[in-house]
Design a protein around this ligand. Sequence first.
Ligand SMILES: C[S@@+](CC[C@H](N)C(=O)[O-])C[C@H]1O[C@@H](n2cnc3c(N)ncnc32)[C@H](O)[C@@H]1O
Length: 231
Amino acid sequence: MSNDLTLFSTPDGGLTVFHARYGEHYSSRHGPVAQSQLVFVEGTATHVHLAPHVLEVGFGLGLNFRTTLRMRPEAAPLQYLAYEAHPVSADMLRQVSASAVSTGLPHPAWQAVLESWDNAVTQGRLDVQRGKVALTVIFGDITAAALPPQWASAVYLDGFSPAKNPEVWTPEFVAHLARSLQPGGVLATYSAAGAVRRALSAAGLEVHKQRGLAGKREFVVAHKEAVRDER
Ligand SMILES: C[S@@+](CC[C@H](N)C(=O)[O-])C[C@H]1O[C@@H](n2cnc3c(N)ncnc32)[C@H](O)[C@@H]1O
């Protein structure tokens, strides 16, 4: 395990990881699974989408991917494209996901991730397909990537905080993410900071603050206008 990373128990019986270099945890210390479900999956309505295309900033511990799988029928289609600049080891992914009691039995796609992860990291890219679930993780800096235009029904903007990881929250990068949304697509993020909301708005998205877990921290969803039927 990298010296930068320390496992940390969460009150929901799970584990998260503290990243010493960023000085932050990978997910909410209070209820990582509940936050992932509320902010990212329900926030973008990915659980009820017929054929979602998810673009994620920061695959991290794979929690949002696992939550998305858990909230959809096992046979339902899902296209998931994530970027990760500093991948953890497969061993750490295994430990953290085994601890998350509330995420239930692992989906076959998650098993495939664990089996191929370490090799994929050395190759710079992971591709997994199980049934109608397709996951690609690209190991690199997403701010330097050419993202697919108008591809995503949902963007999960889940970098570390704007204070610690500013490059994934700049107005330029947020506009780049907005261009990758389909018409009618939704971006969700746990940060409701004013600068983040202004960047989303400047990118042409309609921004809404939502009440967070237990009515506490707010989060943000931002919608791209759907194409109007002019007939
Ligand atoms: C809060 S954690 C993500 C947690 C993750 N979404 C999950 O469900 O477990 C933030 C992640 O963003 C990654 N990250 C930060 N800057 C990045 C960049 N420029 N490109 C790609 N990944 C980045 C970090 O390495 C870290 O894994």
